[in-house]
Ligand binder design. Sequence first.
Ligand SMILES: [Zn+2]
Length: 76
Amino acid sequence: MTEYVDVNGAKIERSYFDDNVAEAHEYEWSLVREISDDHVHCIVCDVAVSRGMSAFRSGSKWLCKYCMEHFVCDKT
Ligand SMILES: [Zn+2]
């Protein structure tokens, strides 16, 4: 049976989620106050963050604030 994790209002498969969080820990994130792309996808929860919102960026990867606060920044 597949285990799911509640993330930011979405259900994510546990193994997929764990891999993504582990990956997120390997990057240096910097806050982008206003995204200029139409939207970006968080690498952990895959939620779409719209233009004008803030999120964290590392190269071409994006992390939403929810995942940063709940899964990434408190474990570093
Ligand atoms: Zn996220």
